[in-house]
Design a protein around this ligand. Structure first.
Ligand SMILES: NC(=O)c1ccc[n+]([C@@H]2O[C@H](COP(=O)([O-])OP(=O)(O)OC[C@H]3O[C@@H](n4cnc5c(N)ncnc54)[C@H](O)[C@@H]3O)[C@@H](O)[C@H]2O)c1
Length: 290
């Protein structure tokens, strides 16, 4: 059973949504917190609120897509607290619309944050945790979009499939290396957070010049609706995630009603059928997946 009290957690994307909920839960369990986010103002506000509630927390403005900033984050965490026991590679963004209408900037931005952000986290923090030789754990936030391929979310789907695959591989590698570092894969469905407004975190250099296409506008609206109608909230997801870390469970599937749809995808592959559109399924599955 993983012990949280007095241990050090590093959380990326900590200024909003799941990251903020992980921080609140970590603080409630008596953890020391290193909070990272690209939105420096929202991060400062979050750190202030947590400290006011009695938490031992620092904020480190960090763009996770930048290798050197993730390296600096680890140094800042060690500098402040000496050790790192829990890492949430959680920062993520998304863009939607027909795949062929996505720009090179869309790919660079979403893959930079969702895939390279997690890759940098794993590369930088795992050796530190292995060297400490005490229990430590890494949680990578993917999505059900890493288990399914819904239409009009191609870049996001591809980025989250990458997180699923790299985290499953990380699990095997950690097992083979021996030591006391574990990992988990978080795959939520739609939950009301700031994710539908992810553009706020897109750097100037990766913004698009052209106005959004019809498919991109439609995908944006669909995402707003889906996220807002989510049944679980970020606190629920944080509860389920900490419970799974405590139990050493790898797969954290917060919306189990999505599983028949995942099963159907696997069946499509095994039977070499053409892919079923996950959004064309029974209304109750669609509702739960949001
Ligand atoms: N909310 C959902 O429905 C949902 C479902 C499945 C998976 N997810 C995943 O959960 C994770 C957290 O997202 P959320 O829903 O809490 O959204 P959110 O927008 O509320 O929070 C994301 C945070 O990440 C930060 N961020 C963005 N780019 C960054 C960068 N380059 N470096 C550091 N921080 C950066 C943002 O400033 C924001 O504070 C993401 O990986 C997202 O893909 C969300």
């Amino acid at each position: 059973m993983f012990q949280f009290e007095g241990k050090v957690a590093v959380i990326t994307g900590a200024a909003s949504g799941f990251g903020r909920a992980f921080a609140d839960k970590g603080a409630a369990l008596g953890m020391k917190l290193v909070l990272a986010d690209v939105d420096a103002a929202a991060l400062a506000h979050t750190v202030e609120a947590l400290r006011a509630a009695g938490a031992d927390a620092i904020g480190v403005p960090t763009d996770v897509s930048d290798a050197s900033q993730v390296e600096a984050l680890a140094l800042a965490a060690l500098d402040a607290f000496g050790k790192i026991h829990l890492l949430f590679n959680n920062a993520g963004v998304g863009s939607g619309g027909f795949l062929w209408e996505s720009t090179a900037n869309d790919w660079a931005w979403v893959f930079g944050v969702n895939v390279m952000g997690v890759a940098h986290g794993v590369r930088v923090f795992t050796p530190i945790m292995l060297r400490q030789n005490e229990p430590a754990h890494i949680v990578n936030t993917a999505s059900v979009a890493g288990l399914l391929s819904p239409p009009a979310m191609g870049i996001y789907n591809a980025s989250k499939h990458a997180v699923v695959s790299l985290t499953e591989t990380l699990y095997h590698d950690l097992q083979n290396a021996g030591g006391q570092v574990g990992c988990s894969l978080l795959c939520p469905a739609f939950v009301p957070t700031g994710i539908a407004d992810a553009e706020r975190a897109r750097p100037e250099t990766l913004r698009n010049d052209a106005a959004p296409t019809r498919s991109q506008l439609a995908a944006g609206k669909q995402l707003q609706r889906a996220v807002q109608s989510g049944k679980l909230n970020a606190q629920d997801v944080a509860e389920l995630t900490f419970e799974a870390i405590g139990a050493g469970r790898f797969y954290i599937l917060t919306h189990p009603a999505i599983l028949p749809t995942v099963h159907l995808r696997h069946e499509d592959i095994e039977q070499q059928r053409n892919p079923t559109d996950p959004l064309s399924l029974k209304p109750e599955v669609k509702a739960e997946s949001r």
